[in-house]
Write a protein that binds this ligand. Structure first.
Ligand code: SF4
Length: 211
């Protein structure tokens, strides 16, 4: 079995956060394959993703794919060609007060970190889309979002494009200037798509794992 599939099996079997009492039920979401040259890193699956174990399957996903459609990238094409993962792989539960999902704690992030490190090492993407502040902080701690979103930045020899979280719970996009930054970021996503995804003839075709 290929190394990426073995890693996916390890992730899918993981119950560390449930065992530690951080989450009610471990139900990791994994989607992608060796050969994907672009990786998306989000925060964590939501309740919709928990139900069907598919990343960005709910309201935030609708918005994300609306953004991508605005630059000519179809959802099915994106899901086929992009390795989609998250800082933590399981639904963290609702936020206290019920508005949006709970942000995974530093302890949960630390427990899940070896999986994301292994995904990065094995997939070795050329481009990374960092969706939301938690994913952005994973690569660029302590840098304000406004200094990163709208830029294309180098991270460990890879190209990273930071994006705001498409969740309706985020108010960041209510500021008109921030919407300009989003448009600039999406232009970079399109350029990365053209140069990394569409022109890469070396894509290795392996089955997609969506469990
Ligand atoms: S979030 Fe990560 S570390 Fe925690 S149970 Fe899920 S897969 Fe395991």
């Amino acid at each position: 079995m290929a190394a990426v599939e073995l890693l996916h099996e390890r992730i899918l079997d993981c119950t560390l956060c449930q065992d530690a009492g951080y989450i009610e039920r471990a139900a990791p979401v994994v989607a992608g394959r060796a050969g994907n040259r672009m990786m998306l890193i989000g925060q964590a699956p939501g309740i919709s993703e928990l139900a069907i174990r598919r990343p960005f399957a709910g309201r935030a996903g609708k918005e994300l794919f609306r953004w991508l459609a605005s630059i000519g990238i179809e959802e099915s094409d994106f899901r086929d060609k992009v390795y989609m993962t998250a800082v933590t792989k399981c639904f963290p539960g609702k936020a206290p007060g019920g508005k949006g999902d709970r942000r995974p704690s530093p302890a949960e992030i630390a427990l899940c970190r070896p999986y994301l490190d292994a995904q990065l090492a094995l997939i070795d993407p050329r481009s990374i889309l960092l969706v939301g502040s938690l994913a952005i902080e994973r690569c660029f701690p302590r840098v304000p979002l406004t200094e990163l979103i709208g830029q294309r930045v180098e991270w460990r020899g890879k190209t990273a494009v930071p994006l705001p979280h498409p969740s309706g719970a985020s108010r960041w996009l209510n500021v008109p200037h921030h919407r300009e930054l989003l448009r600039a970021a999406l232009r970079y996503v399109r350029e990365e798509w053209d140069s990394v995804v569409e022109t890469d003839a070396a894509i290795i075709r392996e089955p997609i794992v969506i469990v």
